[in-house]
Design a protein around this ligand. Sequence first.
Ligand code: ADP
Length: 436
Amino acid sequence: MRKRVLVYSVSIILVGVFVTAIVSVCVGVSAYLNEKEQSLHLYVRLINQSIAKDFVDGTQLSMTEYADIFSRESGYRITFVDPSGTVLGDSKAGTGYVDMENHGDREEIIEAVQTGAGGSDRESKTFGREYLYAAEIGDGDPDRVFVTRIAMEVNKADIIMDQAIKSALLSSLIGIVFAAILALFYSKRLTRPVREMERRLTRTMDENRKAENIRREFVANVTHELKTPLTSIAGFVETIRDDKSIDEKTRDRFLDIISIESARLGRLIDDILIISDIESGRETNTEGDIDVVEAISEVAEVFAPLAKEAGIGILFDYSYEMHMGGNADRFKQMMANLIENAVKYSNADSEIRITAAKESGRIRISVKDEGIGISEEHMGRLFERFFRVDKSRSKAVGGTGLGLAIVKHIAALFDAEIEVKSKPGEGSEFTVVFKA
Ligand code: ADP
């Protein structure tokens, strides 16, 4: 993968550099020749102006002399011809100009005669080398109309070499910039999955850390919760064993406490096992048919004697039979926790109303009591493990502090939502809404 990207990038860079080099050499050579031709024309015009001035001043020289002077000054070959092409003077031929062939067929001369100025880039017929020519009609003496031509030898190979060096530098610069952009782009693209992995790993690590903290806190809480009844049990057992003088009544009271604490220990262990079973993810909400009315009636019946004893009535309202899929045992467990809480936190001569109804395809089950209620400040923490509004009251009624945590877990298993309404002194209503 990396090798392919590298080969790909290098090829693109090479092609880029090559194309830039060719284009810049062509543009460079043509710009160079153009610029030179412009300066040659300027020379021609200066020469013509100088000759015109001499004519006005009456100090005119011969064309051979002019050719010689201006050639020496400029370093270029200067030729004067008459409009018919007859050579009037030539810096290179000197006095031999008379033997030179007629120049009437030269491109730049033809153009200059026709339009006043002409130029060409061609091989000299006289010297067989490549020259750049600029020619313009001279003014001044109306009896001596002539064309001034200036020729500069061009060595295209030298110009190309010169331009090639410049363009090679330019292309390398462009290539480097191009490569840098490409490398930046590719390195970003290449490292994207790595960065994504890094992000996910950090998130997973954060989640793990959080889960680990929650687990550690839970273990600490569990240890504490188990230790309390155990310490109590151990203490009373020791007292009964060591103190032979304890009267029967006291001994029975101690044995009662031991029995209550053992029962609490048993409930605590049961609740912890339920939570750990659901949390382990081993438990899925195995499909099964739950007869909602039947299941609730069964649970309510279990708590009826306890409620009656406390002077609390349990009512169950439902309009018709309702069924849903899921684990019936878990459903009953959830109902039991809600109904048990309603009984535990209600006062005598009150009522608990259980309602099951179907509302726009959803089954709504609520457990409403007229008990002590919950104040707003505690609402947010109700479903936390081991959270109790009033620890001693919870203990007194045999609470483990895990009932609502289990309700929350089972609701999640059923993909159901929980709503709580409560007012201190007036009562509470816990509602579970099942989606299907
Ligand atoms: P516990 O075993 O202590 O009842 P839960 O998890 O079942 O634990 O409930 C947590 C706390 O929420 C309880 O200690 C109690 O303070 C409060 N609570 C739960 N249900 C009710 C209710 N029906 N009325 C008033 N308070 C309630």
